[in-house]
Ligand binder design. Structure first.
Ligand code: ZN
Length: 395
């Protein structure tokens, strides 16, 4: 009997071990690999002219969800789209690290409710702190602190930007060391506020400088572009926009309902960003909002970050993305157009961030001038942050 009990104990132990390995290692890695995929493609041939031009660029990307995944961004990885070595290869000077905190089951661009949440399992399987299994705020806090720790381990290579002076200091340091990379923290949706206005300051203190108002479902602030209500800002939403204005946190309306975008434009004087999107005139899908709204955002000095995935650009080749950018320049003016990859945001692309020279090459082939390429690939975003981040000592 004693022997049998021992065998059973060992078997149960082995089962638990196998289960843990599956749950804590295999599952998150498999999800990451399958969801952040680069389609196989020939190595891009890039002209001498494009190589020379790309070397001089300071590339900036308004949206990447890398912090959601269990991998070390300081090391070159074989899955996903972004890590520091690949950012360097792509000539990226500034990466916005956007933080995903709640994702409905059966995610789609048409209609989602807020009833389900896929991040709970991911948070558990990736061994996030217990608070982050259930609290949306704790998930935003955890991911911000994770980026700060990554910066601490980066030997001074990753700078987290909070103020205008952080950015200007970073840019002068980068003149002597092109391996330096700047990161800005953003939330994808403002549900981490959990309905509490005091949490805006707490997120600011954690380093967040961009707040997306909605993600895939309607939240306490108002309607999502992919929600049920299609409503505008709620009372709480208005209160939050006022607080974001007061603190100088940049507002991102990617994923917001058109009614929310209109309400924000009506109540806030500050320029907005649409961090990752396509353009309806080139790809008529629900994910891309009305161009009259885009035109207002551009006229207000805002930025429109063009993504690289098929569902928003309709053609995800470098050529296809370049066509959308060229169209955006002609439609909204060159100053308004930027890059918004959505890398590591559960999308499939035909390039990762190390291959961005292919985009410069395609833009040249589209007849975009070198000066305009410099603006779109990063110049506009750097100018925007230099003007719209809080001043040092603000709050
Ligand atoms: Zn998104």
């Amino acid at each position: 009997m004693g022997k049998l009990l021992k065998i059973i104990t060992v078997l149960v132990g082995l089962l638990a071990l196998t289960g843990s390995i599956l749950l804590f290692y295999w599952l998150p890695q498999r999800a990451d690999k399958r969801m952040n995929f680069v389609r196989e493609h020939e190595v891009y041939t890039i002209s001498e002219k494009a190589i020379a031009l790309h070397k001089q660029l300071q590339v900036a990307d308004l949206h990447g969800d890398t912090l959601l995944w269990m991998r070390d961004p300081l090391k070159r990885q074989t899955r996903g789209h972004i890590d520091l070595p690949r950012l360097r290869e792509g000539g990226v000077a500034l990466q916005v690290f956007s933080v995903v905190t709640k994702v409905p089951k059966g995610l789609n661009y048409e209609e989602n409710t807020a009833d389900s949440d896929e991040i709970t399992l991911l948070a558990f399987a990736q061994r996030w702190p217990i608070a982050a299994w259930t609290s949306i705020y704790a998930r935003a806090e955890y991911q911000a602190r994770r980026l700060h720790k990554i910066a601490e381990r980066s030997n001074g290579k990753l700078h987290i930007i909070r103020t205008q002076s952080d950015l200007s200091e970073f840019l002068s340091a980068r003149e002597n060391d092109p391996a330096l990379i700047a990161g800005i923290l953003a939330t994808e949706g403002a549900h981490p506020l959990e309905g509490e206005i005091e949490n805006v300051v707490r997120l600011y203190d954690e380093g967040y400088r961009i707040i997306g108002l909605q993600h895939f479902f309607d939240n306490a602030l108002g309607g999502s572009l992919h929600g049920v209500s299609n409503s505008g800002l709620t009372e709480f939403g208005r209160e939050v926009v006022g607080e974001l204005d007061r603190l100088g946190i940049i507002i991102d309306v990617a994923h917001s309902s058109e009614a929310v975008v209109r309400d924000v434009l009506a109540m806030s004087e500050r320029p907005l960003i649409v961090s990752h999107t396509g353009l309806k005139g080139m790809c008529d899908v629900k994910r891309n909002v009305d161009e009259a709204l885009m035109a207002q955002i551009a006229a207000r000095g805002g930025l429109i970050g063009i993504g690289y995935w098929e569902e928003v650009v309709c053609d995800d080749s470098p050529e296809g993305i370049a066509k959308v950018i060229a169209y955006g320049i002609s439609r909204f003016g060159v100053e308004a157009i930027a890059l918004g990859s959505d890398f590591d945001g559960a999308i499939t692309t035909r390039l990762d961030t190390s291959e961005l020279a292919a985009l410069t090459d395609a833009l040249l082939r589209q007849g975009v001038s070198e000066e305009d390429i410099q603006k779109v690939m990063g110049g506009n975003a750097l100018r925007f942050f230099a003007q719209n981040l809080p001043d040092a000592g603000a709050q």
